[in-house]
Design a protein. Sequence first.
Length: 226
Amino acid sequence: MMNVPELVVMLTYQDHTVPDAAEIFAQAKNSKAHFWGFKEEGLDPDKMKELYAAMREAGKETFLEVVAYSEEEGLRGAQIGAQCGVDYLMGTIYSDRINQYCREHHLKYMPFVGTVTQRPSVLSGDIEDMIAQAQEYLNKGVYGIDLLGYRYTGDAYELCKRFVAAVDAPVCLAGSIDSFGRLDEVRCCQPWTFTIGSAFFEHNFGEQLEQQINTVYDYMAGVSAC
């Protein structure tokens, strides 16, 4: 029986948190989604803390994705995550310092693999090298991997299929999942989770956010064509 990948609702557009994220969450918090998050850019730290507190009060598990490519920037993102009490820290280029900080502060760390550049982020690299990277990081104690599958400069579906099949740990497919066709591919790949942010704000799955979330949630729970 196939597992159903879980949706992570990201209150982000073009890799930045939307300015009215708190109001949007309040309107859509009763949707079927259990996992919610946003990026480290777009809100000041106090507003981030308030929003994560509201998410926890609503019974949600929380994610902070840090689009940062230096150790110092990644560490600052991890520190923000710890201050906000998030459950999962996604992103950053892996470093032992960030990993150690996350372990000490009970953050489930899911770093990027491959060569990640720009913002919105772009992924490049050899698939086998990314799989080897993931295994190295998992051996060092990270919780899972943040795979920018549909930001890949090569064959995105091939990457997602091979990577998820090879990596025995939670994998989140993050970025540019913006159509029902890509939802079909995600369902066939069977990662632990996947994110949708910008596509919701572009109304790719309907009009109101709560309705879009429930549409995606129900679609993923449907009969797979794999």
